[in-house]
Every structure is written in structure tokens, then in C-alpha cells.
Design a protein around this ligand. Structure first.
Ligand SMILES: NC(=O)c1ccc[n+]([C@@H]2O[C@H](COP(=O)([O-])OP(=O)(O)OC[C@H]3O[C@@H](n4cnc5c(N)ncnc54)[C@H](O)[C@@H]3O)[C@@H](O)[C@H]2O)c1
Length: 355
């Protein structure tokens, strides 16, 4: 069988650590046939590191026009996602576009229109939901163990983990700050857990109180003079069924959450659960009444999930056959709409009402 030919635009951190690493696990089904970066030395290094036989491009328009490619992965800074994804789909390619799908709801809708018009598949990259603890929570939700779910808290308070490389602290080049980085994962997780992307209202607040404290950062110090984005954001999202989601996300924080990464707590009228340690989102602590007594038990599921592998396995299934992307464009577009609403709410002090 002919292998599906993939091109990747943006050979930086995620293009390398996630996309190249995961796609190389599927070398029987797909071939990484082309790489594109404005810094061609990054492509050369990746070809050497991953043992590829790939053509190098420095202009995304040329890789999108390469008729030998079936699929394009867009791993460039956020403001470039829309244009690159649309051009690739219009050239007949399926597209895996990193998160956030776009900067605005209008742009995301335009991308979905092109997806529909071209009949190509459009995926996005909020793979955090495929860790062990979220998968266990989702199983419990589907089994009705929580009963009527009315509240979810989604937290990602990193003590000191701001991506000091690339363009993350520059609004014009990144489209925003932590909301555009960890935000999509934090917002997507509770909606995915409850199969509910029907937003009613959004009230958000953003802060940049930590930008002048660049020391102690795990990923190296940043430049406070090149920093015009938020480092922290909080939002209350009410859903059309009455459920409330509270999201808190920070690159830099003096609050320590119980486990690293993105964790969530869920409250239903039959049971509730929190993602906890010991590992990286591996365990779920369940609280509920059993025989008239309030009990709390920590479950460490035997089946472990690796978010990177799970997500890319689904994508390879989607581009080599009839499978659907794990994170679809509609889910990613709603997340983009919520981010846009958080910014608007933070700026105006108003609650944003969705139609
Ligand atoms: N899914 C996840 O968990 C996750 C994690 C990190 C980053 N991301 C997303 O991945 C994207 C890239 O982030 P990163 O951390 O890899 O950044 P990065 O700065 O390490 O990599 C971006 C790459 O794009 C290249 N580039 C910039 N403009 C280009 C252009 N016009 N044409 C071709 N190449 C161009 C840069 O030279 C760089 O090599 C962002 O959208 C980010 O939100 C997703």
C-alpha cells in the first residue's frame, strides 16, 4: 500500500518533540516527505536526527503547492495557523493544525468552511485530554457515575514554566499569552469530558502581574521588555445546560497545585472526582456517599494513556483511512471562541453572551 505523504511546516519545539517523534512511530503507514521552516537549518537538523529523506522548503506556499503531499501539519506560531491551513486544504491536503486553531471565531469559522468545501480533514492539537486521569474521568462520565454534573474546575497553575523561547511573550507574533498557550487545553478539557461545547456566557479576567519576575523560570529567563501579553487568566464559563466551568491558567504562579500539568475536578450529584498525583495526571480521587457514609478513594487506573501517542494514532487512522481526528475542528473552534470572549470580557469588564 502506498504510504501517505506528510509535510510539516514549523520545525520548532512541537514540530520536533510531538509531530516528528510521533509520526516516526508510524513509518509503515506514513512518510515524512517534506519539511518547511524559515530557518532551513532546523529542517536539516531534523532530517539528520530523525533519519528522514525529506525535501526542504522555506516558503510555506511552496510546500502547500507540492502535489506529491497528502497531508500538512501546521506547527508555526498562532497567527499563521489560519492562512497556512486554508492554503493547504485548498491544495487538497488534510491538515493537522496545532492549537489554538485560530485567533478568532471568525477565522476558525472560515477554516471550517474551507474544510467543508474541500472535503479535507482538519484536526487540532489539544491532546492533553488523552492522559490517564482524564480518560478515567471520561469513562466515569459516560458510565453515569457522576450523575448530574453541574461544576468543573480546570486548573493549570504552573509555578514557573513560561516558554521563554520563540515568540510566546509577543502579542503581535503569538496572538496573546498563556490563554493562547495552555488556555486551549484547559478550556477544551472540561467540555470534552462532558461532551458539551454549548457555551452560554463567558466572564474572564487576565493578569500580567508576574512579568517582572523572570528568574527561577524552568525554561530560562524571559525579557520583561518584550512582554505585552497576559501571564495568567481566569474565566467562568456557563454552559447552555446550566453547568459551570471555572478555568484558571498561569505560566507563572506562586500558588502550587496538587499535581503538575492540567488537572480538573468534577462535581456531580452522585459523585465527584479530582485529578491528583502521584504521577503526571495519573490518578483520580473519587468522593461519594456509599451506604450512608461519605467516602473518598484514590483510583490509579491500570490502563495508562500517553496523550501524544493516542492523539497521533487517531490522526494517522484519519489520514490513512476512514477515522476521524481526535480533536475536531468544531471543538477547536469553540475553544477559540471562548478565548476571544475571555479577552473581550477582561477588557470590557462585561459578561460575553453567546448566541
Ligand atoms: N499541542 C501542544 O501541547 C503544544 C505544545 C507547544 C506548542 N504548541 C503549538 O505549536 C505551535 C508552535 O509552537 P512551538 O513551541 O513549537 O514554537 P517554536 O518557536 O519552537 O517553533 C515554531 C517554528 O515555526 C517556524 N516559523 C515561524 N514562521 C514561519 C513561517 N512563516 N514559515 C515556516 N516556518 C515558520 C519557526 O522558525 C520555528 O522553527 C504554536 O501554535 C503552539 O501553540 C502546541
Amino acid at each position: 500500500m502506498k504510504k501517505v505523504r506528510i509535510g510539516i511546516i514549523g520545525i520548532g519545539e512541537i514540530g520536533t518533540t510531538k509531530h516528528l517523534t510521533q509520526l516516526c512511530r508510524h513509518s509503515d503507514e506514513v512518510e515524512i516527505a517534506a519539511l518547511c521552516d524559515i530557518l532551513p537549518e532546523r529542517c536539516e537538523k531534523a532530517i539528520k536526527d530523525f533519519g528522514l529523506n525529506a525535501k526542504i522548503y522555506t516558503d510555506y506556499r511552496e510546500i502547500c503547492a507540492d502535489a506529491s503531499l497528502d497531508v500538512i501539519h501546521v506547527c508555526t506560531p498562532n497567527p499563521l495557523h489560519k492562512e497556512m491551513s486554508i492554503l493547504a486544504m485548498e491544495n487538497g491536503k488534510h491538515v493537522y493544525c496545532e492549537k489554538p486553531l485560530a485567533l478568532t471565531w471568525a477565522d476558525a469559522q472560515e477554516m471550517m468552511e474551507v474544510e467543508k468545501k474541500t472535503g479535507k480533514k482538519l484536526a487540532s492539537g489539544t491532546q492533553w485530554r488523552y492522559n490517564t486521569a482524564p480518560m478515567e474521568m471520561k469513562r466515569m462520565f459516560e458510565a453515569g457515575e457522576f450523575g448530574d454534573v453541574y461544576y468543573i474546575r480546570s486548573s493549570q497553575l504552573r509555578p514557573r514554566r513560561l516558554p521563554a523561547y520563540g515568540v510566546y511573550t509577543n502579542k503581535a507574533l503569538n496572538g496573546g499569552g498563556v490563554l493562547m498557550d495552555g488556555g486551549p487545553h484547559s478550556i477544551d478539557l472540561p467540555m470534552w469530558l462532558t461532551n458539551n461545547y454549548e457555551v452560554a456566557t463567558v466572564r474572564g479576567v487576565t493578569f500580567d502581574k508576574m512579568k517582572n519576575f523572570p528568574d527561577c523560570n524552568e525554561l530560562g529567563p524571559w525579557d520583561p521588555d518584550n512582554f505585552d501579553v497576559e501571564d495568567t487568566a481566569m474565566a467562568m464559563i456557563t454552559m447552555k445546560n446550566g453547568m459551570l466551568i471555572y478555568v484558571e491558567t498561569a505560566w507563572v504562579s506562586n500558588m502550587l497545585q496538587e499535581a503538575p500539568g492540567i488537572i480538573a475536578s468534577i462535581a456531580g450529584n452522585k459523585a465527584g472526582a479530582d485529578m491528583v498525583g502521584p504521577g503526571f495526571e495519573e490518578a483520580v480521587r473519587v468522593t461519594r456517599e456509599v451506604d450512608g457514609k461519605l467516602t473518598t478513594e484514590t483510583r490509579i487506573p491500570e490502563k495508562k494513556y500517553n496523550m501524544w501517542e493516542y492523539d497521533m494514532d487517531r490522526w494517522v487512522e484519519a489520514v490513512t483511512g476512514d477515522g476521524e481526528p481526535a480533536v475536531n475542528s468544531y471543538q477547536a473552534a469553540v475553544v477559540t471562541r471562548v478565548i476571544e470572549a475571555i479577552y473581550e470580557s477582561a477588557e470590557t469588564g462585561k459578561t460575553i453572551v453567546f448566541d
